[in-house]
Design a protein around this ligand. Sequence first.
Ligand SMILES: *Cc1c(COP(=O)(O)O)cnc(C)c1O
Length: 326
Amino acid sequence: MLVSHFPHPEVYADIDYLSTPEFDVEISVLRLDSFHTELSGNKYFKLKQNIQSAINQGIDHLVSFGGAFSNHIHALALAGRHYGLRTTAIIRGEASVPLNPTLLDASNAGMELVFVSREEYRSRDNPEYLSAIQRKYGPCLLIPEGGSNLPGMLGCSEIVQHIHHHIGTDYDYLCLACGTGATMAGLLAAIPEGKHVIGIPVLKGAELFESQLHTLLQQLEVDESQAWHIEADYHCGGYARVTPALVRFVESFESRHAIKLDHIYTGKCFMGLFDLLEKQKLPSGSRIVLIHTGGLQGERGMRSRLEKLSASMKGVHEFGAGLIYE
Ligand SMILES: *Cc1c(COP(=O)(O)O)cnc(C)c1O
């Protein structure tokens, strides 16, 4: 059954003021991690207009792609259940038995899981492969990995309304974790003139990231005019890699503030911003909105690795630069 009214629910994410007396700036955190019991994170925003367009076309089946701990797949499964749409996920790699917590949630939400080899998964953007999938499933909306298409970016533009709802335009900087940059591009399409976005990539390869971001901004027809920059030193060795410094930062942040972080995205972003503040890279008096993009469900895939790392860190006080634990 298709839900007739969309979007629902009309709720706004909270903004929490962060007490940081050690810095002479104001930091607020936009809590996309916890604005609704089922729908959360930037991945919900990336899905929103995709779902809207499916509903407008009378399509009730969404098909997408992701890894075994994907925040996107998790969000798609929960949003599908919420809006009464059928969902299918094409998952990279072998099926694990039992299902990991991400895929178990997805399956419990009614999502159909199809496991494909890494080799087949590499075709996920290939037009011929996509038409074969379309033929196999019949009328369905194919959403790319991560939800990073044009409707995905436009949905992310709506994040700005959540900020303005609480604090109007009383801010100077937005700061967020970046993977593809689609969320950042969506924000840049919606912020008023004079605001600045700091993107913190969680993958290695700043140049590739910047060129992808330019392409996304062109698709959105955004006039860039100095409204953004990236800080590329906080990826901790690459996607889903962690360093002792990151683990310590997340532990100490969580013990001081009632906000949980994940180690793949938000931990790196918050660590990066705090490091910039320590190095006085932002003007004093700056008003910063840190965007908590969610991702906490994916922590369940990191737990055992983190426990091992924590155990190996006990009693050790100094680590050489560049130590990477996987
Ligand atoms: C996917 C994700 C991001 C990155 O979003 P992009 O639009 O790909 O840059 C950031 N934070 C979290 C928690 C995510 O799941």
